[in-house]
Design a protein around this ligand. Structure first.
Ligand code: FE2
Length: 290
C-alpha cells in the first residue's frame, strides 16, 4: 500500500471499469499520425470530454507536417507534451512553445484560429490532446490561455511512485489549471511494480484512466481487469478508484470532470448546442470574425 488518501473504507464507493477500449489509429491536421481514444466510433464522448488523442512516434514523417492554421469555437483544447516541442501561434497575436512536461489549457470560447507545429525535425514527439466541452453560458466567452511550464506542475511522491498534478487536488498538491467550468481533475502517475494507489474522485464527475506504459489492474464488475499500455478505461461513478500496477510498473493519466448534460452540435472544430449555432460559427469564421 502506498497512499495517504483521505478516502476511508466506510466512505469509499469504489469506481470500477465499465468500458475498456484500445483507441483507433487515425491522422489529423496535415497528416499527424495519432491514436483517437475518445471521440471515435468505438468510444463516443464521455461528457464533458469530447475527444482524446494520443500522439507518440520517433518518426518525423509521422508528425512533421503538424496542424496548420485551423479554427476552434465553443470548447477547450488541452495539450500535454511528454516529449518534443510544439510551436503555437494564433490570430490574436498569441504565441508559445510547448516543451516536454508543459500543458496548454486553451479556452477557444467564441473563436480562435491557430496553428500547432512541431518545432523539431527529428527525435521523439509524444503527448496528448484532450477536448473539453464548455457549457452554453461559456461557449462565447473571450478566448483564454493557460500556458503552464513544467516547473509549475507540482509533483507529489509517495511510497511506490509519483504523480504530477495538472488540475484538481491530489495528495495535498493543487494543479495550476484554474477556473475551468467543468472543474477538471488531471494527474499523470508513475507507479512502481506491484505498487497500489487510492485516488479520490468527485462523485458525479465523469472519469477515465489511460495507460501509456506498463499495465494496471483495476476493479471491474465482479472482479478485476487488466488495463494495458494503449488502453482507455471508462469508470463507473463513485468516490474513488483503487488500483495497482502490474510487474512492469505503470504510467497513466487519470482525468475527471463535471458532466455538462446539454445537447452537443459538433462539426469539425466547432462544438455548440444547436445546428443553427454551428451554421453561425461557420459563417463567422468565413467572414473573418474569429
Ligand atoms: Fe487546435
Amino acid at each position: 500500500m502506498s497512499t495517504s488518501s483521505p478516502v476511508t473504507p466506510a466512505a469509499l464507493h469504489a469506481r470500477h471499469v465499465v468500458r475498456l477500449t484500445a483507441g483507433m489509429p487515425t491522422s489529423d491536421g496535415a497528416g499527424v499520425k495519432l491514436t483517437r481514444l475518445i471521440g471515435s466510433p468505438q468510444q463516443p464522448p464521455i461528457d464533458p470530454f469530447l475527444m482524446l488523442d494520443a500522439f507518440g512516434t520517433e518518426r518525423p514523417q509521422d508528425y512533421i507536417a503538424g496542424f496548420p492554421s485551423h479554427p476552434h469555437r465553443g470548447f477547450e483544447t488541452v495539450t500535454y507534451m511528454l516529449a518534443g516541442r510544439m510551436r503555437h501561434r494564433d490570430n490574436h497575436g498569441g504565441e508559445g512553445l510547448l516543451v516536454p512536461g508543459s500543458v496548454q489549457w486553451m479556452t477557444a470560447g467564441r473563436g480562435i484560429v491557430h496553428s500547432e507545429m512541431p518545432e523539431q525535425i527529428e527525435g521523439e514527439m509524444r503527448g496528448f490532446q484532450l477536448w473539453v466541452n464548455l457549457p452554453a453560458k461559456d461557449k462565447m466567452q473571450a478566448p483564454r490561455y493557460q500556458d503552464i511550464a513544467p516547473e509549475r506542475i507540482p509533483s507529489v511522491t509517495f511510497s511506490g511512485g509519483e504523480a504530477k498534478v495538472i488540475a484538481g487536488q491530489f495528495l495535498g498538491a493543487e494543479g495550476p489549471v484554474s477556473a475551468v467550468a467543468t472543474q477538471p481533475f488531471f494527474i499523470d502517475v508513475r507507479l512502481d511494480a506491484g505498487a497500489a494507489l487510492d485516488i479520490p474522485l468527485q462523485r458525479g464527475h465523469s472519469a477515465f484512466v489511460h495507460v501509456f506504459g506498463g499495465a494496471l489492474v483495476l476493479p471491474a464488475s465482479g472482479g478485476e481487469t487488466r488495463v494495458a499500455t494503449g488502453q482507455l478505461a471508462v469508470l463507473s461513478d463513485g468516490d474513488g478508484l483503487a488500483l495497482r500496477a502490474e510487474s512492469a510498473g505503470a504510467r497513466f493519466i487519470v482525468v475527471a470532470g463535471q458532466p455538462i448534460r446539454e445537447p452537443v452540435a459538433w462539426h469539425g472544430p466547432f462544438v455548440m448546442n444547436t445546428n443553427e449555432e454551428i451554421r453561425q460559427a461557420i459563417a463567422d469564421y468565413q467572414a473573418g470574425k474569429f
